[in-house]
Unconditional design. Structure first.
Length: 50
């Protein structure tokens, strides 16, 4: 589960970085990356079953 959550966080950051490069023509600043992570909805919890 940890690997999945790591990939999801990376995909979130990667998408934000790509959008910034397309719209602003530059990489994201540290503060911008921190804001993206602050809005990240969170990790996937393991399914505990019924």
């Amino acid at each position: 589960m940890e690997a999945l959550n790591r990939r999801l966080r990376f995909a979130c950051l990667d998408g934000a970085e790509e959008r910034t490069r397309q719209e602003w023509g530059r990489a994201m600043a540290t503060e911008e990356l921190e804001r993206v992570l602050a809005r990240y909805p969170g990790d996937v919890e393991p399914d505990r079953g019924p």
